[in-house]
Design a protein. Structure first.
Ligand SMILES: Cc1ncc(COP(=O)(O)O)c(C=O)c1O
Length: 387
């Protein structure tokens, strides 16, 4: 069993997450407080021992490793010839928006959603069009308003949809039917479906459906991005893969990535990714077990509080409904940090009903999660007292 109770000490190491005051506890940005799999560290060390930092190409072994991972874990082998290396998922999204849509076009998202999607759209002069996800407070789950989605995809100015599969921050894991329906609507209205599948490996009791596993006709207009960065906690490796089954679309995406200078790996990216996908299987399964217990702990500890924990089945980012005592997640998060030192993500940055939520990253040793929950409960009491 991998020991996830120990954590690397990251204060003073340029970590964005751990640049905090003494006594503060950061549980916001999406990296984990776990040591990376030993196989990844060994592969990168071996590379460093060469003492050479030259320009690199992508070996076939890299694409084979990606394909084998999806075949082993998700029962579908994407064809390595569909793949292009890229230095990150967000850079790939921005590049695809620039290459495949025009200034002034609309790009559809499903808010509340990962806030970088908004930046990729707006910083390139396109407009965000959201078909907001509908929240059911009784079940704490989200669903699509299909009529609204189709109407917005049918808008002649909507040329791309950025789909978060599974969905950050709500944790929604799309069923195969939902993924098929979304892909069909995009095909019907000739909208490119950009599916960000970075959280695909981290689901609990519900399988994720890769868009590249859909029937042939539905994936012809799709661009899928995957990465080991969330699964294996290797964000700064800057390694991701775009998968584009259609050869014409792939050529356009490839042109975009190359002209944006996003297709060249640093020296750790290739050995690190291959070691993640081919030699870290046990680490990954131990991680899923550990995270499942952390997720249950949060449900249990917050059960008797005014916070409702979303029961959606994906990611280690828990989506906490605070609407019983606040509709201003930014103000509550600020208060929480000041009074208890706990740092969570305020949900308002994700749009739609995000202002009723905070997001808690539970990929941390259990004692940290327990500490976070104690602080959170105290923060809620103090907030309610101040009235
Ligand atoms: C949905 C989603 N996409 C992309 C990223 C970041 O990807 P990258 O670091 O490869 O740009 C994140 C990080 O939290 C994410 O949640």
């Amino acid at each position: 069993m991998t020991d996830f109770d120990q954590m690397p000490k990251r204060q003073g190491t340029n970590s964005i997450k751990w640049q905090v005051k003494d006594g503060e506890l950061p549980m916001w940005i999406a990296d984990m407080d776990f040591a990376v799999s030993p196989a990844i560290i060994a592969a990168i060390k071996q590379k460093l021992e060469l003492k050479a930092f030259g320009y690199e190409e992508i070996p076939d072994e890299y694409y084979q490793a990606v394909a084998a991972w999806y075949e082993k874990i998700h029962d579908y082998r994407p064809d390595p010839s569909w793949m292009i290396f890229v230095t990150g998922v967000v850079p790939a999204i921005t590049s695809a928006v620039k290459r495949l849509t025009h200034v002034g076009d609309k790009v559809l998202v499903q808010a509340p959603v990962y806030n970088m999607f908004y930046h990729s759209i707006e910083n390139t002069g396109r407009h965000v069009l959201s078909s907001d996800l509908q929240y059911d407070q009784a079940t704490t789950r989200y669903h699509v308003d299909w009529e609204d989605l189709e109407e917005k995809l049918a808008d002649p100015l909507t040329n791309m949809m950025i789909f978060c599969n599974p969905h950050n921050p709500t944790g929604h894991v799309w069923s195969r039917d939902e993924v098929m329906r979304i892909a069909s609507l995009c095909a019907k209205h000739q909208v490119v479906l950009f599916s960000d599948e970075i959280h695909g490996d981290l689901t609990f009791d519900q399988a994720y459906t890769p868009v590249f596993s859909l029937p042939d006709e539905l994936k012809q207009h799709a661009v899928i991005a995957v990465s080991p960065s969330k699964t294996f906690n290797v964000a700064a490796l800057h390694a991701a893969t775009v998968i584009v089954p259609n050869s014409n679309l792939r050529a356009q995406v490839s042109r975009g990535l190359n002209s944006d200078e996003l297709a060249e790996p640093n020296l750790a990216a290739i050995p690190g990714t291959i070691a993640a996908y081919t030699q870290s299987n046990q680490w990954y399964h131990d991680l899923l077990d550990y995270l499942a217990i952390n997720r249950q702990l949060v449900q249990k500890e917050l059960a008797d509080t005014p916070i409702k924990v979303s029961k959606e089945a994906g990611t280690y980012l828990l989506w906490l409904d605070i609407s019983q005592f606040s509709h201003d997640s930014a103000a509550f998060s600020k208060f929480l940090r000041e009074k208890t030192g706990l740092i969570l993500s305020a949900g308002d940055v994700y749009g739609a009903n995000g202002h009723d939520f905070v997001r808690m990253n539970v990929a941390a040793p259990r004692k940290l999660v327990a500490d976070g929950l104690t602080r959170l409960k105290r923060g809620v009491q103090l907030w309610q007292k101040q009235g």
